[in-house]
Design a protein around this ligand. Structure first.
Ligand SMILES: NC(=O)C1=CN([C@@H]2O[C@H](COP(=O)(O)OP(=O)(O)OC[C@H]3O[C@@H](n4cnc5c(N)ncnc54)[C@H](O)[C@@H]3O)[C@@H](O)[C@H]2O)[C@@H](O)CC1
Ligand SMILES: [K+]
Length: 498
């Protein structure tokens, strides 16, 4: 086998860990305010590097320490000679000792505070310092009015730490949320800024660690982020004397009447991700078309009476679900595939059948639900899944004792006893029919190459997302799953410059 698992990535933290780091740092610096001063300074530097020519700035400050960071930043802006002012709601006067201190320092420097009145005057930039990791509920009506005004302003928005309204642990927005152009995370990257609703509201992301790296190293990670750089070199080059049997045999099962393309996309992806052999079991009517399209695949017609045992025996991994349908044909293949005892990747209708007839799954099974499928499996609504994607993925993984790839912006990979992984790649062009079928094939191929289930799921999801980003260079609209096949091949070999 030519695969080397490669546990890599960037740790992400939740608010509880950040509070511990904050206390740790405050003790080390001997002054609670020193950290906020660093945050303000880092934010001002970031603002200047992004918007060097900006002259007129409004900083919208909330009641907590996020607002405190805002006062600090505004003090620097004011002291530099910019036309900078704080806007705030009456209800958002500083409530913490640190925010009061920052507000006092800002006033002492001659800084002005104006009551928020729906407008931003002649400002060229809005700084969002309303709420950070302390968001505890849906923004109330007053805060929602401020957020709406920020979003309607048409101005660039620089969010301090978190776009206000986003839950920095969960990646959900319980109500209104600021749509930032750029977000500077403070201390450490936050788990909730890489999945779910975060995709539409963070803008570009940056990080200022405020010299807390040592404290960070001791803190428990809530998740691990995987991005493009984590792909490099994770599959060793093929042995010079390799033969096709060394790279595994994937059997893709699916394609009920009218859905033959789905199973072919999975097979195509498995081939392009390096599986040595790929077989397809589908409706007999689909065989000629599939063979004409992809002669490299071994395509078998399966009717109501055909036994799958012989096909299953030859396979190293079974990818079940693309176009499977939920009729008797699909349900029968589903039952046979689950009984075969081979490593499984279950997608699409295989998950819907599973939701109707919950079964014990073999260890090492990989499920690849989108939020709707995850909701059906859990008995939740899709909105409930999206409200806490980390919890939903973890719950599913525990419920079935398997690896779960929860798709959607910021795909998550969860498994019992594993820190969840967040895929920080991919784009909205990938929201198109057939993309999931491709993912199933990618993961099945990597499993067939010898990766453990969790590694195959992580790396398959990352590979798929990165190939999607390459394919989207020609535009997100109109992107087709088949456009990813060439980039998949490039990235499974280490990327364009490998
Ligand atoms: N925690 C840390 O490690 C550091 C924190 N800093 C800043 O401090 C922030 C955290 O500060 P806080 O814990 O004070 O929390 P926040 O400033 O994020 O917000 C909490 C305040 O907002 C109110 N609030 C929360 N949700 C609300 C809602 N939906 N509607 C109306 N009011 C609401 C709370 O009652 C509280 O007064 C970070 O995001 C960061 O910007 C930085 O100064 C650097 C270090
Ligand atoms: K904020």
């Amino acid at each position: 086998m030519d695969a080397v698992p490669r546990p890599r990535g960037t740790p992400l933290y939740d608010a509880a860990a950040l509070r511990v780091i904050e206390t740790d740092m405050a003790a080390r610096l001997g002054d609670g305010f020193a950290l906020m001063a660093r945050a303000g300074q880092a934010a001002w530097r970031e603002l200047l590097s992004r918007w060097p020519d900006v002259q007129r700035i409004v900083v919208v400050c909330g009641p907590g320490n996020n607002g405190g960071d805002g006062y600090e930043l505004c003090r620097h802006a004011h002291e530099s000679g910019r036309d900078a002012r704080v806007l705030r709601l009456e209800a958002h006067a500083p409530r913490t000792a640190l925010a009061r201190q920052a507000c006092g320092a800002y006033r002492e420097s001659g800084g002005r505070i104006k009551a928020f009145d729906d407008g931003f005057g002649r400002a060229q930039l809005v700084v969002d310092a309303l709420f950070g990791i302390g968001l505890s509920r849906e923004p109330d009506a007053e805060a929602a009015r401020v957020i709406d005004a920020i979003n309607a302003s048409g101005l660039p928005v620089f969010a301090l730490d978190v776009p206000s309204g986003l839950d920095a642990d969960r990646g959900s927005a319980p109500g209104r949320v600021v749509h930032a152009s750029h977000t500077l995370q403070l201390l450490a990257p936050h788990a909730g800024l890489y999945t779910g609703a975060a995709a539409r509201c963070t803008g570009s992301l940056a990080l200022a660690t405020l010299d807390a790296d040592e404290a960070l190293a001791r803190a428990p990670a809530a998740a691990i982020r995987l991005d493009r750089d984590d792909l490099r070199d994770w599959i060793a080059p093929r042995a010079r004397d390799a033969h096709k049997g060394d790279s595994g045999h994937v059997l893709c099962i699916g394609g009920d009447t009218g859905k033959g393309g789905a199973v072919m996309l999975a097979a195509d992806a498995a081939l392009r991700c390096g599986a040595g052999l790929v077989s397809v079991a589908t409706r007999p009517a689909h065989v000629p078309a599939l063979l004409a399209r992809r002669p490299e695949a071994m395509v078998h017609g399966v009717d109501e009476a055909t036994a799958l045992a012989a096909l299953m025996d030859r396979a190293d991994v079974v990818a079940l679900g693309p176009g499977l349908g939920q009729e008797d044909w699909g349900a029968r293949l589903h039952a046979e595939a689950l009984a075969a005892g081979k490593p499984l990747v279950l997608d699409a209708d295989a998950l819907n059948v599973l939701a109707r007839h919950t079964r014990v799954l073999p260890a090492g099974t990989i499920l690849t639900p989108h939020p709707g499928e995850a909701a059906r499996l859990l008995g939740f609504t899709t909105a409930e899944v999206q409200a806490n994607r980390f919890a939903a993925a973890r719950l599913l993984a525990e419920m079935f004792g398997c690896v779960v790839v929860l798709k959607g912006a910021g795909t998550l990979v969860a498994a019992p006893e594993q820190v969840p992984r967040v895929i920080a790649a991919g784009n909205p062009g990938m929201a198109v029919g057939g993309m999931g079928d491709l993912l199933t094939g990618c993961i099945a191929a990597l499993r067939a190459l010898g990766l453990e289930a969790f590694d195959a799921a992580c790396h398959g999801a990352l590979l798929h997302a990165v190939a999607g980003d390459t394919a989207a260079q020609d535009g997100e609209r109109g992107l087709l799953p088949t456009d990813l096949l060439a980039p998949l091949r490039t990235w499974v070999n280490g990327g364009p410059h490998a």
